[in-house]
Design a protein around this ligand. Structure first.
Ligand code: SF4
Length: 602
């Protein structure tokens, strides 16, 4: 018998000890796939997790119902969140050879990722074999249901038909059809927008309503994102689409007083067209996705983009976009693995890696952040159901892309673990303290600067984390003090609020969680002295009850205060000491990390 998934994951962790085990697990989950047990599927239909019926990208969920045809169709779960908040997108219901099982352990109140000894299950919603703890790989979470999904627009459209939500990102679709499909020139790996019959245009008024409603949930979104199918109509080509994006982005920005973290994912426009959109709206980043490096592969895999823009022109426009939005604010992505599939494919994995590394380097030299995504074959795509490249390919690709960008001082501010979650290479940036420190801090107003400063609660502590030689002052409260009572979070769990992820505190906590290193905490005592607590960093929350409670506490002191992430620390040992060490404030991020509901943006 070959390696099990768990053995393979452990092997990858041993072979790449500098890489996050969580990112390696994400790659493994996407590569092998996952199915939901009956218990997990049932738990995901409860009000706190119940997600959308369909994705705006027109992909329907086909999980099994336990009852008869009269029973409501189960809804698609939100994305998986690993313990460090790494996001994992699973194509539910896809044909997998040997997927993981995601189960629910009612005793622990936790979702579990498992590789049961007696094998996997046939379909989402089947009973899982054996006990929920058997073959346990790790405890995992899901993106909770956004409050937005209770909202209906004035025209009667449920918000979940117009917007998709990740842990910190709201995704809007401006045009629900890709005209490349009409010409038979769709990208060869693409399975989006294959359903017909709806008006492709989404009314701007509804988009504005949805954004306003979304921002009523405190701290729920750090970024807005808009994309859609390609529409080359108009003269010159794509001008109709450009006008549409201008209108849609303006509608999205109605509630903001200036620019707000917002990415446009669209074809490569010339600099004048892009400058018009940027000038009329609050958009901050742009992602014309190249998908495949090299004219031959681009033409083979993206015939629509080739016919209507062309390879050299796509490259030129992407590089020129940096002149409009600035270095590091233009992104592009490569669909890792598609270049190795089908007729005319790149001959070997090593060849593909070398080519893609060349692409990442070429873009980085021009200030463009080039990211990889994991291609998964899909029955409805032209490439069809063909084998994926070996998992090691994706590991090496992520590692290489991360290294290239770090060398160039490029940070995926608007495509990171939180703002996107599709890119294992940008998930790896979370401990890149030297890269952040090499960037000049953006000029911001004193108020925005203060928002990311230490949000001191009544019980502030001092923390010593890996990567940092000195103790750092931090806002710390127990789960009990925060009023969080939920399974899986003991009342004595200590919650450290991090105002900015890209700080020494954020990097050190991420490192400690990734590599299982303990951290030390000093908590002041009213009667003098301090309690020294050695802790295991257990979980990073960027959404959900613990995060919301930490943010509410910070904002009760200062309404504009920020908590980028809340970290659950499990005490291992405690002792009383006469004093705590001197501590510095956390280092500051190169850019402010404001949630989009922050009053400073309105
Ligand atoms: S541009 Fe390509 S990837 Fe995007 S929706 Fe159209 S066919 Fe799919």
């Amino acid at each position: 018998m070959g390696e099990t998934k768990t053995q393979e994951w452990r092997r990858l962790c041993a072979e790449y000890p500098d890489m996050s085990p969580f990112v390696l697990l994400k790659i493994s989950m996407v590569w092998h796939g996952a199915r939901l047990s009956a218990a997990a599927l049932a738990r995901l239909q409860a009000p706190d997790y119940r997600f959308a019926s369909d994705e705006p990208f027109e992909i329907a969920f086909t999980g099994r119902t336990e009852a008869d045809d009269e029973a409501p169709r189960p809804v698609m779960p939100g994305g998986v969140l690993l313990r460090d908040a790494t996001y994992v997108y699973i194509n539910w219901g896809e044909t997998y050879d040997d997927p993981y099982v995601i189960d629910y352990d009612p005793a622990a109140g936790e979702f579990t990722l498992r590789e049961p000894a007696c094998g996997t299950i046939a379909a989402d919603g089947d009973a899982a074999p054996a006990d929920a703890r058997e073959g346990l790989v790790d405890v995992i979470g899901f993106t909770p249901r956004p409050a937005l999904y209770d909202f209906m627009t004035g025209a009667g459209t449920p918000a979940d038909a117009l917007a998709d939500a990740r842990a910190q990102k709201l995704i809007l679709t401006a045009y629900r059809r890709c005209e490349f499909w009409r010409e038979g020139r769709q990208c060869r790996f693409c399975a989006l927008f294959t359903r017909r019959g709806v008006d492709p245009e989404v009314p701007c008024a509804e988009i504005a309503e949805v954004v306003r409603a979304a921002l009523a949930e405190p701290g729920r979104y750090s970024q807005l994102y808009v994309s859609g199918g390609s529409d080359m109509g108009g003269e010159p080509a794509f001008s109709r689409e450009q006008d549409r994006y201008g209108r849609v982005l303006a509608a999205m920005g109605e509630t903001f007083s200036g620019r707000f973290a917002c990415q446009l994912m669209a074809p490569a426009y010339d600099a004048d067209a892009l400058a018009r959109i940027v000038g009329q709206t609050g958009v901050t980043s742009y992602s014309p996705n190249l998908e495949a490096w090299g004219a031959e592969q681009f033409g083979r895999l993206c015939p629509g983009k080739q016919a209507h823009v062309g390879y050299d022109e796509w490259l030129r426009r992407t590089a020129d976009a940096v002149g409009v939005l600035g270095r590091g604010n233009v992104y592009t992505q490569l669909v890792g693995g598609a270049e190795l599939a089908g007729e005319g494919a790149v001959p070997s994995v090593d060849d593909a890696l070398a080519r893609n590394a060349e692409a990442c380097e070429w873009f980085a030299e021009r200030g463009v952040t080039c990211l990889s995504v994991i291609w998964r074959p899909h029955r409805r795509s032209v490439l069809g159901w063909v084998p994926m490249p070996p998992i090691d390919y994706y590991v090496r690709l992520a590692r290489e892309f991360h290294a290239v960008r770090a060398r160039h001082g490029l940070v995926a501010f608007e495509d990171d673990y939180k703002a996107c979650g599709n890119h294992p290479d940008s998930d790896l940036e979370r401990c890149d303290l030297p890269v952040w420190q090499g960037l000049a801090r953006q000029d911001v107003s004193p108020e925005a600067d203060e928002a990311g400063a230490l949000p001191l609660g009544e019980r502030s502590g001092r923390v010593r984390v890996p990567l940092v030689s000195h103790a750092i002052a931090a806002a710390v409260a127990s789960a009990g003090e925060l009023g969080v009572g939920m399974p899986g979070v003991a009342p004595d769990t200590l919650v450290v609020s991090v105002a900015e992820d890209r700080s020494d505190l954020g990097a050190g906590l991420a490192h400690a969680l990734w590599f299982g290193e303990p951290v030390e905490l000093w908590l002041p005592r009213e009667e003098g002295g301090a309690e020294r607590v050695t802790c295991r960093v257990w979980r990073c929350d960027i959404v959900g009850p613990v995060f919301s409670a930490a943010l509410a506490r910070a904002r009760s002191v200062r309404p504009t205060a920020e908590v980028a992430s809340a970290w659950e620390l499990r005490p291992l040992s405690r002792e009383l000491v006469s004093s705590a060490p001197d501590a510095c404030a956390p280092s500051r991020a190169p850019r402010p990390e404001l949630h989009l509901d922050n009053p400073l943006l309105h």
